[in-house]
Design a protein around this ligand. Structure first.
Ligand SMILES: Cc1cc2nc3c(=O)[nH]c(=O)nc-3n(C[C@H](O)[C@H](O)[C@H](O)COP(=O)(O)OP(=O)(O)OC[C@H]3O[C@@H](n4cnc5c(N)ncnc54)[C@H](O)[C@@H]3O)c2cc1C
Length: 488
């Protein structure tokens, strides 16, 4: 018998939407099963969009960006702060949810409300308010996402203890906040609350923050966060959180305790696999609750795929969407998207923002690559001066022999946008000379790429090609002082 659909996706987040749209685009009959009232997943309702909107609204409402520029003190009205921040988040959330509905309708994707469970390789049982529905399909894609991981020793029922989902339900800004976990989410929320005037303590057992960043950029970020007022408690392993009187107390394996009004637990995620019937069907789940898949996103059961946060690292909306597209293409034999691009950018929406793609200087040197680095500061860039960003910087890592760009690292305003320029150059195997030759809009922060290239050129020297300009060391407006090329 012909099944009800070609594809059923369990989950309605970004992985589900993009995987479903991919199949529908090629004429497949598709249904999405989502247990929440609205599609969008963590990306729209609890994670990416809310946190980035709150960050933007916080920077605006607190007058953070303007403070130094115009010598004015713009303060946040404590009574109105949280309602205003949340109103803005709700508005953006509504817009994005409406966009998803339009996209599903356009692709004729059916949205089924209810809790989905894999009954067998081709059947999804959906618990709906009207009772169970059984839907069949050639292919099932598991895209149920992840939830905050909750370590023991924390009273989660205390109204001042939050995880990454619950923090969006706060009614007023806490005077002080201990953020437990110095990963991306912990660092982002620490900066956001510090910018809004909360006394923030960031606790992490590791000695440094965000080790995947180029070391120099990581150090810059740490200095900037400290400048913002975030107090770092690195190398400290928390043991317990307890209510003591009107406050909370964080205790550690050693050393003094930390008193705080509120706590945010940001200690990683766990896959949403409980109750999905996966293990019963023969699908392996690892110890963090993530579905085990192969390079094509196939589970051990033929016809059942998994993509997005539910398979674990890197657990980014950006990558989740691509994983789902690739999974669907593989499932139906569409050859046009066969893999997720290896080169993936990271964007960290701290204050300042940090973003990177490709190799860091330290990582390249560890791999034995002879690299040349170029830097350009926003402080020496007209647009940087206009927007008042003195911390921003672009750092480019080139391979000395081929002159090709290997890594791009940005910190400051629009870092997560700027990094894509470096990404394109790396993907197209572009060299320092390509950046030198380009004409950029002026004034723009993008021009820092050209001057970072000039900075590297001072050490690389001009290319040996005939016709290649040899006056590269001529200082250009805003370029860093050229260094003399080393004697060869
Ligand atoms: C605070 C925070 C900030 C973030 N910031 C960024 C960022 O800046 N950039 C970025 O790229 N990523 C960011 N992320 C990560 C991003 O949100 C996730 O990678 C992305 O949402 C994963 O998409 P997904 O579709 O796999 O899962 P999800 O978005 O989690 O969606 C899964 C959906 O499945 C549904 N579901 C689960 N079980 C069932 C079931 N049995 N039946 C029916 N439905 C079910 C859920 O209700 C949910 O709607 C952030 C995450 C957090 C928490």
């Amino acid at each position: 018998m012909d099944p009800d659909y070609d594809l059923i996706v369990i989950g309605g987040g970004p992985a589900a939407e993009r995987g479903a749209a991919q199949a529908a685009y090629f004429g497949k009959r598709v249904a999405i099963v989502e247990r929440n009232d609205e599609p969008g997943g963590a990306a729209v309702h609890t994670g990416t969009l809310p946190s980035k909107t709150l960050r933007e609204a916080g920077l605006f409402l607190s007058g953070y960006r303007q403070r130094d520029l115009y010598g004015v003190t713009v303060g946040l009205d404590e009574e109105l702060a949280v309602p205003r921040l949340l109103a803005r988040k709700d508005a953006v959330e509504r817009l994005e949810t409406a966009r998803i509905h339009r996209n599903l309708e356009r692709h004729r994707i059916e949205l089924v409300h209810g809790e989905g469970r894999l009954a067998d390789a081709h059947t999804v049982a959906v618990a709906t308010p009207e009772g169970e529905r059984r839907l069949t399909a050639h292919v099932v894609l598991i895209a149920t996402g992840s939830s905050p991981f909750r370590p023991p020793g924390i009273p989660y029922d205390d109204e001042d203890v939050h995880d990454a989902d619950g923090i969006l339900g706060i009614e007023r800004l806490p005077r002080s906040l201990a953020v437990i976990g110095g990963g991306v989410i912990g660092c982002e929320y620490a900066c956001m609350f510090a910018a809004l005037g909360t006394e923030v303590h960031l606790v992490d057992p590791r000695e440094g923050l965000l080790p995947f960043l180029d070391a120099e950029m990581g150090e810059r970020l740490v200095r900037a966060m400290e400048g913002l007022g975030v107090r770092l408690h690195l190398g400290r392993r928390f043991e317990r959180v307890e209510r003591v009187g009107t406050g909370l107390e964080v205790s550690f394996a050693d050393g003094p305790t930390l008193g705080t009004e509120a706590v945010l637990v940001a200690t990683g995620r766990t896959g949403n696999t409980a109750g999905l019937g996966l293990e019963e069907a023969g699908i392996e789940i690892d110890r963090r609750g993530y579905v085990v898949v192969d390079a094509e996103f196939r589970t051990a059961v033929p016809g059942v795929y998994a993509a997005g946060d539910v398979i674990g690292f890197p657990a980014l909306a950006s990558v989740s969407m691509e994983q789902a597209r690739v999974a669907v293409c593989h499932a139906f034999g569409f050859t046009y998207k066969e893999r997720v691009a290896e080169l993936q950018p990271y964007g960290v929406y701290t204050i300042p923002e940090v973003s990177c793609v490709g190799l860091g200087e330290d990582e390249a040197r560890r791999r034995g690559i002879d690299v040349v680095v170029g830097r350009a500061s926003f402080a020496d860039n007209v647009r940087g001066q206009i927007v008042g960003d003195r911390e921003g910087m672009v750092k480019l890592v080139f391979d000395r022999a081929s002159r090709r760009l290997l890594g791009c690292h940005c910190i400051g305003e629009h870092a997560s946008e700027l990094v894509h320029l470096g990404q394109v150059v790396i993907v197209l195997e572009g060299t320092v000379d390509a950046l030198i030759d380009m004409v950029f809009n002026h004034p723009t922060l993008s021009e820092t790429f050209k001057y970072a290239a000039y900075d590297a050129l001072a050490e690389l020297g001009p290319a040996d090609e005939p016709g290649r300009p040899t006056d590269a060391a001529t200082p250009a407006a805003g370029s860093p002082t050229p260094r003399r090329p080393p004697a060869r």
